[in-house]
Ligand binder design. Structure first.
Ligand code: SAH
Ligand code: TYD
Ligand code: ZN
Length: 414
């Protein structure tokens, strides 16, 4: 662990960052490579993570400019998972029955992607606005009947929305707030846009789950922050808000949903104090726990490479399942290329026919996987394990076995 002289200040409090894990030179995780560019040298940056000595906010050390990661051809589509569709439908129903029952309510979502959450709000005829900077995916949302503004959310945009649409009762962000490094501007924007009694609700990967599952592949260019209840509460207070509720979520390998409100407008839920006490007891961001996490990363990588090398030596065929952003970190950190993993399948049209970033593994369709199933499949989209195993029951019925690496490396049946 070291405090790099070049390390930036904590993006939340300005304090000193102490690095605890360096995952090496990594590409942008969602930058799938067209085959004709396979030989071109790709952009890479040092993927390293640290925690703030003062407020314990866990965050990337270096970052990629946001408009380099999020652009019109951004390939990620939220609606590729039916489990995530029902997750967001349930949340929309909850908003519709609770926060959005006043006169002419208004909800703004940051990072609305293809409209996975806003569809239900739009169907209910409730005023809404999705803020989604990436053009193609914003267009997919609009085609689904939602209202979208294709820009990055920040202070000036928030002021414009407020002037045109009035105050928001709910500002919501799923898997987006942790992607934004310029939180000063975002918080000023939220302060501007949020109604006096409104709530800012966001859900993102929970650092407690990363530690519990050694799920270090959650660390990639887009994930700037890894929240804990303690660091979110401190951040909220610094920007004039209070963390009033927190909920653990099973999706995407374990997340927390945080609700922020203006101080004094809502009671603080016992869930906040409960989870704070758990984090404290576990020493979640203590140097010992962070060093243990880093050691776990080395172990997972070593064991996974051994499994793949042994499979190859035995003449077994292997494929990856899910060209996730996460898997860029895993594959690059482990040095796994087409030699050990000849292809990866993925249901996202914009990824098919391309190569995985940094490791050059061809991406095929799930139909190709089914037509000629391998002996072993490395479950890269491990956060969708249940959904994928259900969908691919024919793979195991035909004698195929899954290789998993979260929370530990194992081959099914061994
Ligand atoms: N909410 C969806 C999408 C998450 S992917 C889900 O949970 O599945 C993150 C999204 O945030 C991307 O679509 C990206 O374009 C968007 N995004 C990134 N920076 C943003 C910003 N400053 N304002 C609004 N959206 C942003
Ligand atoms: P996801 O884990 O949601 O996110 P990230 O890319 O941020 O790590 O990505 C899931 C990927 O897996 C996505 O590219 C779609 C793909 N996928 C399938 O191919 N089949 C499936 O049944 C599901 C659920 C996902
Ligand atoms: Zn800090």
């Amino acid at each position: 662990m070291s405090t790099s002289p070049t390390a930036p200040a904590c993006r939340s409090c300005g304090g000193t960052l102490r690095e605890f894990l360096d995952l090496g030179a990594q590409p942008m995780a969602n930058a799938y490579v067209p085959p004709e560019q396979a030989d071109e040298e790709a952009f890479s940056f040092r993927l390293a993570i640290g925690s703030c000595v003062d407020c314990a906010m866990v965050q990337l050390i270096d970052e990629v400019p946001h408009d380099r990661m999020f652009h019109d051809a951004y390939p990620y589509r939220s609606s590729g998972s039916t489990v995530m569709q029902s997750h967001f439908e349930q949340l929309a129903s909850r908003f519709l029955a609770g926060e959005l029952t006043g006169a002419d309510p208004f909800l703004v979502e940051l990072g609305s992607n293809d409209g996975i959450m806003l569809r239900k709000i739009a169907e209910a005829g409730v005023r809404h606005l999705g803020v989604e900077p990436c053009g193609d995916v914003a267009g997919a949302g609009e085609a689904g009947g939602i209202r979208v503004c294709s820009e990055f959310f920040e202070e000036k945009l928030a002021a414009r929305i407020r002037a045109e649409d009035g105050p928001a009762d709910v500002i919501f962000a799923a898997n987006t707030f942790s992607h934004i490094s310029f939180i000063d501007s975002v918080f000023r924007g939220i302060d501007e846009l949020l109604a006096p009694e409104g709530v800012f609700v966001f859900e993102d990967p929970y650092f407690g789950d990363l530690v519990a599952k050694t799920s270090f592949d959650q660390i990639y260019d887009e994930h700037i922050f890894f929240f804990t209840v303690s660091s979110v509460r401190a951040m909220a207070r610094r920007y004039g808000f209070e963390l009033v509720d927190v909920e653990r979520l099973p999706v995407h390998g374990g997340e927390i949903r945080c609700t922020l409100a203006r101080p004094g407008t809502r009671p603080v839920s016992p869930a906040v104090t409960g989870l704070l006490a758990e984090e404290e007891a576990a020493g979640l961001t203590s140097p010992e726990v962070l060093a243990g996490f880093a050691a776990g990363v080395d172990r997972v990588c070593r064991e996974l490479v051994t499994v793949l090398e042994e499979a190859k030596a035995q003449g077994l065929t292997v494929a990856g399942y899910g060209a996730t952003a996460k898997s860029a970190t895993l594959l690059n950190r482990c040095g796994i290329g087409p030699g050990l993993l000849p292809y990866v399948c993925d249901s996202t049209p914009a990824k098919q026919g391309r190569l995985t970033p940094g490791t050059g593994i061809p991406i095929r369709t799930p139909e190709a996987f089914r037509a000629d199933p391998p002996d072993l499949a490395l479950l890269l989209a491990w956060n969708h394990a249940e959904e994928i195993k259900r969908k691919e029951s024919g793979f195991t019925a035909g004698g195929g076995r899954w290789i998993e690496y979260v929370p530990r490396v194992r081959i099914q049946g061994t």
